[in-house]
Design a protein around this ligand. Structure first.
Ligand code: 89Y
Length: 346
């Protein structure tokens, strides 16, 4: 049986949106139809429209009017997410929102409530957990090879010049936790389950940025497992792993260690094996971004499959609120020098 066709409009044609556009095009054989693009900047909208051979718009309502669209994929800055998502939801169009979901908890919950009320499918493009290496780690845990995970260290440490392509980072009041910590915290939930409490120390090691550029967090998971979750843009090392996530996970029967270059060392009952859990370059991906780009494709593939089957996504709005609450709790924990149960302080 041929899979149902899903017509998608991508809103936002900036730096990272290029990965979404390429991903949807790659998924054409699976039923994705990139139908339209939109950006406030006519040059960006036009360039994406021409490159992908679809109609382009500079206004969201005009794009929605032109329809018909089954889904929109919102890849704009987070302060615009709520208005755009609400416009799509009001028309019954399935909605994907790039991370961070929204600037505030109120905005994020308002989007989830609007979708619930309207019965509209909603997902957050929280893509790290869809990266091939992290799926391979999940699979290894599910195989039972290490037993129940009870300790982990999950680290995103880099000195890569992220400011060149994302210059707005200099002015973010809530910086590294909101930008990339959100991914690593979501990976902690993905691999070890939901979190009972979190503590956090932040640092501003680069005087040119406004917000924190380093966070060291400690999580107690509901399962009893403990994890250290780290993120920084100030790690100066040869062999910088950007944008890979380094991992160590221990369980009763063994351990998993993921090191630079997508190498996974699995120890089970004293026997060790090493595997390459990376994927080959695609025509539109390049190093060092490949792992992240391939993760965006993995996310879009999952969303397409869920839309076709009419089932919620793993990173559906309501689920992503738990990751969002963890980010808020980390900031709260750092400010108050104590551990915080996500959402308990609201
Ligand atoms: O903004 C960040 C993200 O979400 O993934 C990588 C990134 O672009 C820079 O660290």
């Amino acid at each position: 049986m041929t899979a149902r066709t899903i017509r998608i409009g991508v809103i936002g044609c900036g730096f990272y949106a290029q990965n979404h556009l390429n991903a949807w095009r790659d998924l054409a054989a699976d039923g994705a139809v990139l139908a339209a693009v939109c950006d406030l900047d006519p040059a960006k909208a036009r360039s994406a429209g021409e490159m992908f051979g679809v109609s382009w718009h500079t206004d969201v309502q005009t794009m929605l009017d032109a329809g018909p669209l089954d889904a929109v994929d919102i890849v704009t800055r987070q302060d615009t997410h709520r208005a755009i998502a609400e416009a799509a939801i009001a028309r019954g169009v399935s909605t994907i929102v790039q991370k961070p979901f929204a600037p505030t908890w109120e905005d994020a919950t308002a989007i989830v409530e609007a979708a619930d009320k309207a019965g509209v499918w909603l997902a957050v493009h929280e893509n790290f957990r869809y990266q091939a290496p992290l799926r391979a780690v999940r699979k290894a845990i599910d195989s039972g090879a290490i037993g129940e995970p009870n300790w982990a260290r999950i680290a995103f440490r880099t000195g890569f010049d992220v400011y060149r392509t994302q210059p707005y980072f200099y002015d973010e009041e809530r910086f590294v936790i909101a930008d990339v910590g959100v991914h690593v915290l979501d990976v902690a939930r993905f691999l070890l389950g939901d979190v009972a409490r979190i503590s956090c120390e932040t640092q501003r090691r680069n005087p040119r940025v406004k917000g924190e550029d380093t966070a060291t967090m400690m999580l107690r998971h509901e399962s009893g497992a403990v994890s250290l979750v780290e993120c920084t843009y100030e790690s100066r090392r040869a062999d910088d792993p950007f944008p890979e996530t380094m991992l160590e996970i221990e369980g009763g029967r063994g351990s998993i260690v993921v090191s630079r270059g997508c190498r996974m060392k699995l120890t089970s009952e004293g026997e060790a094996s090493e595997t390459d859990i990376g994927t080959p370059l695609l025509p539109w991906t390049s190093h060092p971004w490949h792992v992240s780009q391939e993760g965006a494709l993995g996310a879009c593939r999952h969303f397409l499959d869920c839309l076709q089957r009419g089932v919620p996504a793993e990173t559906r709005g309501a689920d992503n609120l738990k990751t969002y609450a963890l980010v808020d709790a980390a900031y709260r924990a750092a400010a108050e020098h104590r551990s915080v149960a996500p959402e308990s302080w609201r």
